[in-house]
Design a protein around this ligand. Structure first.
Ligand code: SAM
Length: 267
């Protein structure tokens, strides 16, 4: 996949050289090009913003540099199809795992990182295929939102994650939250790893994991269950979970043997 990111702060994209994204780039799974929007300004001060029509606080990003940048990027591969152009904005379509999977199927994405009060609506109308929100809060710019989306999308590209199963087992992959996870030692600070995980019985472990995922989802995100088709056994687990005493928001009653009441993950 090819990704172009247009921003007035290309250095914000430097973390995309680290960890999973960095390795995916090294392996050629994803190719990320960041561009300085100011390279497409024409005045001495490299101006990208101006006062809003109609008055009000803050500044708005001018359309001309964005249009010039997107023309240059979209035209840079000759007659090839143009990128799917994504504008991060709190007013956009909510970003989800399913949306990440949809974008991961694209060969070419271009992210337009707004700043100030956002980008002039005319150039967004002219170019954006998607306006996307990463959550109901307001960031100062689209760069962090772009990094969030890029990491979620890249995880789903073939060859990006060493063990492909870790992606298919992730939260949301099957509509459920992932349950609690443990590693050595088997006992830590008086808390034991659930016996079933040490049993070597793969069938029992799979059933326990499914049950924990259902319990956690029922307690923390019951909204996710509404769209899922559950087996009869799953339905029983959900009903039992919901019938239990109300829990602390961070507790899902995972069956560890020595966990203080009300705690979810150790530590
Ligand atoms: N005035 C805008 C509004 O209220 O919708 C907020 C502008 S915000 C200060 C500047 C930029 O940050 C936006 O243009 C967008 O690129 C980015 N941004 C802020 N919050 C975001 C969110 N929740 N999701 C995606 N992008 C966001």
């Amino acid at each position: 996949m090819r990704v172009d990111v247009v921003t007035i702060f290309p250095a914000y994209l430097e973390p995309a050289r680290l960890s999973l994204l960095g390795k995916a780039r090294d392996r050629g799974v994803v190719e990320i090009h960041s561009h300085d929007l100011r390279d497409w300004t024409t005045d001495r001060h490299r101006t990208v913003d101006d006062t809003p029509y109609g008055g009000g606080p803050g500044m708005v990003m001018r359309p001309e540099p964005w249009d010039a940048a997107l023309r240059a990027i979209a035209g840079s591969s000759g007659p090839a199809p143009r990128p799917r152009v994504i504008v991060p904005t709190p007013a956009g379509r909510p970003f989800t795992q399913a949306y990440a999977a949809e974008l991961a199927a694209e060969p070419w994405l271009a992210f337009c990182c707004g700043r100030y009060e956002g980008i002039d609506a005319r150039v967004v109308d002219a170019w954006a295929d998607d306006e996307v929100s990463i959550g109901d809060y307001v960031l100062s710019g689209g760069e962090v939102a772009t990094l969030v989306m890029l990491e979620a999308i890249t995880r789903l590209l073939p060859g990006a994650v060493g063990n492909a199963e870790s992606v298919t087992d992730d939260s949301f992959a099957h509509g459920l939250l992932e349950g609690p996870v443990y590693t050595r030692p088997p006992e830590w600070a008086g808390r034991r790893v659930p016996d079933v995980l040490l049993s070597g019985d793969h069938g029992a472990i799979a059933r326990w994991r499914r049950e924990q995922a259902l319990r956690r989802t029922a307690r923390r995100r019951p909204d996710l269950l509404a769209t899922l088709e559950l087996h009869d056994r799953d339905r029983v687990v959900v009903a039992q979970t919901l019938a239990e005493e109300p829990c602390q928001p961070a507790s899902d009653g995972a069956e560890t043997t020595a966990r203080p009441a009300g705690s979810d993950e150790p530590g």
